[in-house]
Write a protein that binds this ligand. Structure first.
Ligand SMILES: C[S@@+](CC[C@H](N)C(=O)[O-])C[C@H]1O[C@@H](n2cnc3c(N)ncnc32)[C@H](O)[C@@H]1O
Length: 365
């Protein structure tokens, strides 16, 4: 199995003492409440007031400023001492923010992940067992009757939508600039953006290159959102939409024109293995020796940092319980095998874009 050096070191040996292992096991046991307490410490403004306080704050002051009862402040603060997001001075009983509390409050990736975990996944993950056994996103039921989250994306409650798009955009936005330079380097005339969503990438393409034309392939509901989002923006007249449900194997990619580049960003992770083979095989049908398929994914085995791989292997369970029941954040060996089964070969892989994307450049084999 391919693993970066950091992951090889972390995953192939036991690193913890027995005592540390027992502590970690307790963290797992209490994981849900560790999360909820920390989330509320932030939501109630307690972490922020501690960061802003000069000499720390007493429990009663915190309760007053957060407008919660003394009891509520006490249970949250005491749990937070154990979690490690706050510290206390036993001489003065004043609370201050710890380094972990500071990261939880201010780190943008942590914030996006926490909101995604709470708003999109928290209740649904209770149904992970059914999802795993039945191969369907059993946790999606409390949002609506759809078989995948993508069908319901435009109808999710506003806060859920905000966190879903916040998560999606946070990661892809971080890589788009580097990706644009790579993908548009040879001045392609036409680009097919498969799963182009609200048109963020397409808008950046048409701004980057004043000649390139982009066609976005997506579900009809998403194309409507895309049209609203791109309307009146510079270059929007060079962005087209093409409705397609990629899960329907009888539907083909557009053949109205020749596409120099087919672009799939954070897209194939929305599909199971057989579906990926079907989608990439259909893409191969509209390619010739000069066209290239660029697949941008966060491949967990190619991460330089263990924390990044941790976030990705955890994200896989969003796909299991909420998104579709059969997809995940892929390992590069698996994605390579699927692309090759579909009749393409990998020309190069570019790693370490943005927060940990890789781009697989594929051509006809
Ligand atoms: C995770 S988003 C990626 C969005 C964008 N490419 C990015 O990098 O941020 C996946 C996209 O695939 C689309 N999608 C999912 N299932 C689809 C299907 N069956 N047919 C067509 N598009 C689909 C979704 O609507 C969504 O726009």
């Amino acid at each position: 199995m391919h693993l970066t050096p950091a992951l090889k070191e972390a995953y192939s040996k036991e690193h913890l003492t027995a005592r540390e292992a027992q502590v970690k096991a307790e963290w797992i046991a209490w994981g849900p409440i560790v999360f909820q307490v920390s989330r509320l410490m932030k939501k109630f403004g307690i972490l922020e007031m501690l960061r802003n306080s000069k000499n720390g704050m007493k429990e009663a002051e915190i309760a007053k400023e957060a407008r919660i009862s003394g009891y509520a402040a006490k249970v949250l603060l005491e749990a937070s001492l154990s979690i490690g997001t706050v510290l206390i001075d036993p001489e003065t009983d004043r609370y201050t923010l710890s380094k972990t509390g500071w990261c939880f409050l201010t780190d943008p990736a942590v914030n996006v992940n926490a909101e995604f975990c709470h708003d999109v996944n928290y209740e649904g993950w209770f149904h992970l067992e059914e999802s795993l056994k039945e191969g369907r996103p059993a946790g999606l039921e409390h949002f609506g009757p759809w078989s995948t989250v993508y069908e319901g994306l435009s109808q999710l409650p506003p806060q859920v939508q905000k966190s879903w798009f916040g998560f999606d955009h946070f990661y892809s936005d971080s890589s788009f600039q580097q990706a644009l330079e790579l993908v548009l380097a040879n001045k392609p005339k036409t680009l097919l953006d498969v799963g182009g969503n609200t048109g963020r990438w397409a808008l950046q393409c048409v701004a980057f290159d004043k000649d390139v034309k982009v066609t976005i392939v997506d579900l009809p509901q998403q194309l409507e959102m895309m049209r609203r989002e791109t309307a009146g923006k510079p270059g929007a007249d060079r962005i087209d939409g093409y409705k397609m449900n990629l899960l329907d194997a009888s539907q083909s990619f557009p053949t109205d024109k020749y596409y120099d580049i087919i672009w799939m960003s954070q897209f194939l992770d929305c599909f199971g293995e057989d579906e990926i083979v079907s989608i990439v095989s259909r893409a191969a049908k509209i390619m010739d020796d000069n066209s290239r398929l660029y697949i941008m994914e966060t491949l967990w085995d190619r991460q330089r940092f263990e924390t990044a791989a941790f976030c990705l292997t955890m994200t896989s369970l969003y796909f299991t319980a909420m998104a579709n029941g059969n997809s995940k954040m892929y390992h590069s060996d698996d994605l390579k095998r699927l692309v090759e089964t579909a009749g393409l070969e990998i020309e190069t892989i570019h790693d370490d874009l943005g927060y940990g994307h890789s781009i697989m450049v594929c051509k006809k084999s």
